[in-house]
Design a protein around this ligand. Structure first.
Ligand code: ZN
Length: 476
C-alpha cells in the first residue's frame, strides 16, 4: 500500500453517542457503500412522539429539516425529494450492507434511492418480509418496497415499487466494484445477524453490527473474531451499547430455568412478553411449554414471523400450525369473531388455520396455556381474565423516561388483575469485558466506537481510538 494514491474514508452519520441509528459511509476510490442505514429512536424522540410525527405530506422534508437523516446528495428517492421541492439526483452509492433486521439498523433504507441495492442475510430478508406483511405502510417502514409519493387517491391500487435485495449466507464473498466483502454470522437477539470484513485498497475494515458472546450461539461471534483477526485489520467500527456493563451470569439457559419453574407451578394463566424477532427467546418459551405440558398461544403477527423462521432449517423452529401452538383470535368490530370483522390481509389469509382459538376457549382451562401477550395488546386481558396468574417480562428493563411511563402503566394492569410479575431476560448486546476481549482479539490498528452513549470508555483500550463526530470524514 505505498504511494498514497489510495483513499479510503469513513464518514459517520448516525448512531453516534446514541444507541442505534447507524449510517456509516465507507468510500474507497470512488466506490461508496453504507454500513446500515438505521433509524435513531433517540434522535426521533427529541422532536416527535406518538401524536406528533414527521409528515408524509412533505415528502422527505420533515426528516431532513429535523436532522433525522443526513443531507447527502445522490442517495434519496427522487419522489420524496421532488415532493419536498428539491431537485432529484441519480443514485451515487453502490450498496447498503445491512447487518440485521432491527429497525435501528434497517428502517431508514425506506428513504434511499431504489437504484441502491441492499445486501443482507437470507434470514434477515425473511424477517423484513414478516414485518412488512403485518405493518401498516408508513414512510418509515418502506424497506422492501415503497409507494411513490405523493399518493393520490387514483394511485391507491398501484402496486409498490420493489427494492433490489441481494441475500447472502456466511461463507459467501460479495463483490461491490473494487470492494470484496465477507459477511460473517454473529450472535445477536435476532437471527440473520452479520458482521462484515470489508477488504479495501488500504486493508481490511471490520464492522461488528450488533453482537454478543453470552448467547446460545457464541461460537458464531468467536468465528467472526478469529476470521477478523487473521485479516490484520486497519480499522474496526464497533458497537458499544453496553460497554459500561460488567459481566453477569445472564444467559438464555437462565431465562429458561427461571421461567420454567414459575410456569410449571402456576395453576392459572401464564402470560409471557418477549420480542418475537428474537428466535432464541421464542425457542426458550416453546421448549418450556412442551416441557411442562402446556400450550403456547401466539397472535397472528407472531405467526408471520414463525412461518418465516420455519423456512430456515437451521433455526429448527416449529410451523405456526404446530400441535403445541394455538393462535389467539382478537376481538374486532362486532366482537363476535365473524370473518368480516377482519380486514387486515395477514389475519384474513390465516382465518382458516386449524389451531385458532378465542379467549373463551382459554377461560375453560387457563392453567393449560402460556399466552405471548405484548404490552400493546394488554386490553385483551379483559377477555382473558388472568386473575392470580403470572406475567413474565422477558424484555429489557426500561432505560428512558417514555419506557418508564409505559412500565408504570404495565404494572397498573398487572396489579388490577393480581398478576405476579417476573423479570427474566438476557441482553442481545455484548457486555463491557466481552467487548474488550473481542476488540483486543481482533486487534485493529484503529478503533471507531459507535452505537454507544459512552465512547470515552473505549479510550482505555491499547489502540488508537477515535471518538467520532457526526458528518466528519476520517481518512484510513
Ligand atoms: Zn440489533
Amino acid at each position: 500500500m505505498e504511494g498514497g494514491h489510495y483513499l479510503v474514508t469513513l464518514t459517520f452519520y448516525g448512531g453516534i453517542n446514541e444507541i442505534g441509528g447507524n449510517k456509516v459511509l465507507l468510500e474507497d476510490n470512488g466506490t461508496r457503500i453504507f454500513l446500515d442505514f438505521g433509524m435513531s429512536f433517540g434522535r426521533r424522540a427529541l422532536f416527535f412522539e406518538e401524536f406528533l410525527t414527521p409528515r408524509s405530506a412533505n415528502g422527505i422534508g420533515d426528516f431532513l429539516t429535523m436532522g433525522l437523516i443526513p443531507d447527502i446528495p445522490g442517495i434519496y428517492r427522487p419522489d420524496l425529494l421532488s415532493h419536498f421541492g428539491r431537485k432529484p439526483k441519480d443514485a451515487d452509492i453502490q450498496a447498503v450492507l445491512l447487518s440485521h433486521a432491527h429497525a435501528d439498523h434497517a428502517n431508514y433504507i425506506s428513504f434511499l434511492h431504489r437504484d441502491i441495492p441492499v445486501y443482507c442475510g437470507e434470514t434477515c430478508k425473511y424477517i423484513l418480509e414478516a414485518v412488512e406483511e403485518q405493518s401498516q405502510r408508513t414512510m418509515e417502514n418502506e424497506v422492501l418496497s415503497f409507494k411513490k409519493r405523493p399518493v393520490y387517491r387514483c394511485d391507491y391500487k398501484t402496486p409498490p415499487e420493489k427494492r433490489t435485495f441481494h441475500t447472502f449466507r456466511t461463507g459467501d464473498t460479495l463483490k461491490i466494484d473494487s470492494l470484496e466483502i465477507q459477511p460473517i454470522h454473529v450472535d445477536h437477539s435476532v437471527p440473520g445477524a452479520y458482521g462484515f470484513l470489508i477488504h479495501t485498497s488500504e486493508g481490511t475494515v471490520v464492522y461488528t453490527g450488533d453482537l454478543r458472546m453470552h448467547g446460545l450461539h457464541s461460537e458464531m461471534t468467536m468465528e467472526f473474531l478469529e476470521t477478523a483477526r487473521e485479516t490484520k485489520p486497519i480499522a474496526m467500527v464497533t458497537e458499544g451499547t453496553r460497554i459500561n456493563v460488567e459481566r453477569t451470569n445472564e444467559s438464555e439457559e437462565q431465562v429458561y430455568a427461571e421461567s420454567k419453574q414459575t410456569i410449571a407451578d402456576n395453576k392459572k394463566l401464564s402470560i409471557v412478553d418477549f420480542n418475537f424477532k428474537d428466535v432464541d427467546r421464542f425457542t426458550t418459551f416453546y421448549r418450556i411449554a412442551r416441557d411442562v405440558g402446556k400450550t403456547l398461544v401466539i397472535n397472528f403477527k407472531h405467526a408471520c414471523f414463525l412461518e418465516r423462521y420455519h423456512r430456515d432449517i437451521k433455526l429448527r423452529t416449529p410451523d405456526s400450525k404446530d400441535d403445541n401452538i394455538r393462535i389467539l383470535k382478537p376481538k374486532r368490530l362486532t366482537g363476535t369473531y365473524i370473518d368480516e370483522d377482519y380486514s387486515e390481509y395477514y389475519i384474513k389469509r390465516r382465518l382458516n388455520y386449524p389451531n385458532i382459538i378465542t379467549a373463551d376457549d382459554l377461560l375453560r382451562h387457563p392453567g393449560q396455556y402460556m399466552v405471548v401477550l405484548n404490552f400493546w395488546y394488554f386490553n385483551m386481558m379483559v377477555d382473558l381474565q388472568p386473575q392470580g396468574g403470572i406475567y413474565i417480562h422477558s424484555l429489557s428493563e426500561p432505560f428512558n423516561e417514555e419506557m418508564e411511563i409505559s412500565f408504570d402503566r404495565m404494572h397498573n394492569w398487572l396489579n388490577h388483575f393480581q398478576l405476579q410479575f417476573v423479570q427474566s431476560h438476557c441482553s442481545g448486546h455484548i457486555c463491557g469485558p466481552d467487548l474488550e476481549e473481542l476488540i483486543t482479539g481482533i486487534n485493529p490498528k484503529e478503533l471507531y466506537p459507535i452505537h454507544t452513549e459512552h465512547p470515552e470508555l473505549f479510550e482505555q483500550l491499547p489502540m488508537k481510538t477515535t471518538i467520532v463526530q457526526e458528518g466528519k470524514t476520517y481518512k484510513l
